[in-house]
Every structure is written in structure tokens, then in C-alpha cells.
Design a protein around this ligand. Structure first.
Ligand code: C5P
Length: 271
């Protein structure tokens, strides 16, 4: 990929501080093995392979020494040695920074934003759980930022019909637990993925504003673009990829294993 020479200096934040309870492994999701390696290792490899980051800043659960070690091992892998050559990375090798995440995803992002190197102009925020995101998606997001977007997200069309519902009561509750209140117009719906890209100044402002949210508002924040939308900043959408699935449930893990083992080397193809 070739970004224009005026492209902003990009850092990639990888949020990996979730508990992963829905996966049912009894360990943070980022440590769960996928094809013999931790989900976080796959995610970091994808970020590095995209070749757009000057710095990769990883938010891990507070006190999780295993994930911190894993980041150090990954740094050594990038350097092609034992990583003990001091702090400076050779040209083209991203700096790896590890921070302790917080109670919510937004807290983890804020912790990472505070640790970005001086001179960073744009940031991509990526879920470690989207460990198989192909290069092309990172490139589309970076290219939109280089073209002037303040905010850009990868999306895919929604394949299901989506309805709104309310919980039933009275007689209706004897029939079924919920009642349909409407049907969304599918053509304008999109499922949203990561990495989400922002000018650093915009994302920092959005996360500062979110510090004033009450508990209910904080709980409703599920991605970074939401916070930027609330400030009235246009959020652009580029094409994501179906293999960028967020590994959340045991079924997702089976699908991810299948993608890794499949004959096509799915990380590297479009879809
Ligand atoms: O829980 P959810 O599916 O929204 O998590 C998305 C991503 O955010 C995951 O990669 C998870 O590790 C990360 N996360 C985090 N800190 C939290 C909660 C989630 O870094 N407190």
C-alpha cells in the first residue's frame, strides 16, 4: 500500500483488556488460544503486517503479566532477535507500548490515548478480539484519514432483517416474551467493525467529553465513533471484511479456527 507523503503519523491502539466472559474460557479473551497462539498475538501480527503504525499501544487487563510478556515477545518477533537492544526501534518497526486497561472499553481506550508518542497525528482503535482483520481494511481506514477524514469506520452490510421489540406483559407475555414494534430499513443498516480511525485531536476531545457521562450513558458506549458522532463530527464509512469478525462466543472461535486453517489463508483475502 502507498499512502500519500502527507499522510498523518499513525498509532494503532489495540484494546485487549476485556474479561471475555462470553467465551467461557475462564481467562481474559486476549489470552485464549487460536490456532495454538493467543488471540492477542494474532491481532498484533495483523496490525504490524498492515505496515501503517509508528506505534502500537496495547491495553491489557491491569496486573496481567502474561499478556504484558506476550507483547514483549511480539516486539522481539518484530525485531527478529531477543528484543534486548535497548528502547529504540529500527526504522519501520513500530514501537510497542503496553498500558493497563480500565473497567470499560472506553476507559481502556483513554488509558492508551494518554500513552501515545509525541507527534502522533492520527489513531486507529482496534479490538484485539477482531484478530483476523485483513491488511486491506487497515489500509482503507488509513487512506480515508490521509484523504482528510477526521473519523472513519469499516462497515459491512447487514444480512438479517432487523426488528425493534419491547418486552411483553399481561396476556401477550403468555404468548411470547417480546412483541415487535417495527422493522428497520435494511439497505441503510451497517454492522460496524474495527479498526476505527480518527484524527488524534478529535478522538481525545470525544473521550474527554465522555468523562462527564452518567453510568447509563457510559454503559451505552459501544464504540469510539459514537462519541465522535455526538460531537457532530462526520464519520465516514469504508468497506470492512467478513473475516474481521469479533471473537465473542465459542461459535466465533470455531469460525476463526476454520478461517486460520482453511486452504485460503483467509487473513489475506478480501471478503
Ligand atoms: O466487550 P467487547 O466485546 O465490547 O470488547 C471489545 C474489545 O474491547 C475487546 O478486544 C476487549 O478486550 C476490549 N475491552 C477492553 N477493556 C474493557 C472491555 C473491553 O480493552 N474494559
Amino acid at each position: 500500500m502507498s499512502l500519500p507523503p502527507t499522510s498523518p503519523a499513525i498509532a494503532v491502539v489495540v484494546v485487549a483488556a476485556g474479561s471475555g466472559e462470553r467465551l467461557g474460557y475462564g481467562m481474559p479473551k486476549a489470552r485464549v488460544p487460536l490456532g495454538g497462539e493467543a488471540i492477542l498475538t494474532h491481532a498484533l501480527r495483523g496490525v504490524a503486517a498492515a505496515g501503517i503504525a509508528r506505534q502500537i499501544c496495547v491495553a491489557v487487563p491491569k496486573g496481567d503479566e502474561q499478556l504484558r510478556s506476550l507483547c514483549q515477545e511480539f516486539r522481539a518477533e518484530l525485531l527478529g532477535d531477543d528484543g534486548s537492544d535497548g528502547d529504540a526501534e529500527p526504522d519501520g518497526v513500530p514501537e510497542i507500548t503496553v498500558v493497563s486497561g480500565g473497567a470499560t472499553r472506553a476507559d481502556s481506550v483513554r488509558a492508551a490515548l494518554a500513552a501515545l508518542a509525541d507527534g502522533t497525528e492520527a489513531v486507529l482503535v482496534h479490538d484485539a478480539a477482531r484478530a483476523l482483520t485483513p491488511d486491506v481494511v487497515f489500509h482503507r481506514v488509513a487512506e480515508a484519514l490521509a484523504a482528510g477524514a477526521q473519523a472513519v469506520i469499516p462497515v459491512i452490510p447487514v444480512v438479517d432483517t432487523v426488528k425493534t421489540v419491547v418486552a411483553t406483559d399481561g396476556d401477550d407475555a403468555r404468548i411470547a416474551p417480546e412483541l415487535v414494534t417495527g422493522t428497520a430499513q435494511r439497505e441503510v443498516l451497517r454492522s460496524v467493525q474495527t479498526p476505527q480511525g480518527f484524527s488524534l485531536e478529535t478522538l481525545r476531545r470525544a473521550h474527554e467529553a465522555a468523562l462527564d457521562f452518567d453510568d447509563a450513558q457510559s454503559a451505552a458506549v459501544t464504540d469510539d465513533a459514537m462519541l465522535v458522532e455526538l460531537m457532530g463530527v462526520p464519520v465516514h464509512a469504508v468497506r470492512g471484511a467478513s473475516q474481521s469478525l469479533k471473537i465473542t462466543t465459542p461459535l466465533d472461535l470455531i469460525i476463526a479456527e476454520g478461517l486460520l486453517e482453511g486452504p485460503l489463508g483467509m487473513r489475506f483475502v478480501e471478503g
